[in-house]
Design a protein around this ligand. Structure first.
Ligand code: AMP
Length: 176
């Protein structure tokens, strides 16, 4: 199988206008997931620069982030930790709220999911305004995690989400 490039991923990502509401251009990553070569290539690119053994836990953000984070965790020999929408995790949690265009949202993590000093890599499918990722980073900071990076398949550059991610190195594969 030939090496997958960011251009291959971009060609497969489907733009769906006006979903889930008018004015939103939804980036549909399901064609990437359905293609075994592209899915594997996306994981390889997301963890490039992080050798096996260099990360203790991969943190995935609800819900599409789980797909990439779980596969990346297996590849790097790391654990997987979900950051979930409020009310879904069964054990004790830390919660962090953040503003959306209309209203707010809250994400949560189990209080024992990451131990102080563990090296964690945060992954999600898409970086838009950065509110979700910044909230996840707040949770990880409360657990005193050592955040070694934040990776995204897609970055919507005009929304400047990168500026809200204070601390870890941010990398993205496909930028619009
Ligand atoms: P934000 O907090 O604004 O950075 O939004 C990031 C989250 O919203 C990610 O978990 C994405 O899955 C989702 N998201 C935001 N905008 C889009 C979009 N245009 N297409 C697909 N997913 C999006």
């Amino acid at each position: 199988m030939s090496t997958v490039t960011a251009a291959d991923l971009e060609a497969a990502i489907r733009n769906v206008p006006d979903f889930p509401q008018p004015g939103i251009q939804f980036k549909d990553i399901t064609p990437v997931l359905a293609d075994p070569r592209l899915f594997r290539g996306a994981i390889d690119l997301l963890v490039a620069g992080f050798p096996v053994g260099s990360v203790d836990k991969i943190i995935g953000i609800d819900a599409r982030g789980f797909i990439f984070a779980a596969a990346a965790a297996v590849k790097l020999g790391a654990g997987f930790v979900p950051v979930r929408k409020k009310g879904k995790l069964p054990w004790e949690t830390h919660e962090q709220s953040y503003d959306l265009e209309y209203g707010s949202a809250t994400v949560a993590i189990h209080t024992d999911a990451v131990h102080a000093g563990e090296r964690v890599l945060l992954l999600d499918d898409l970086l838009a305004t950065g509110g979700t990722a910044a909230a996840a980073i707040d949770l990880l900071n409360r657990l005193k995690a050592n955040i070694v990076g934040a990776g995204f398949l897609i970055e919507l550059e005009a929304l400047q989400g990168r500026q809200r991610i204070v601390g870890p190195r941010v990398h993205s594969l496909v930028r619009y």
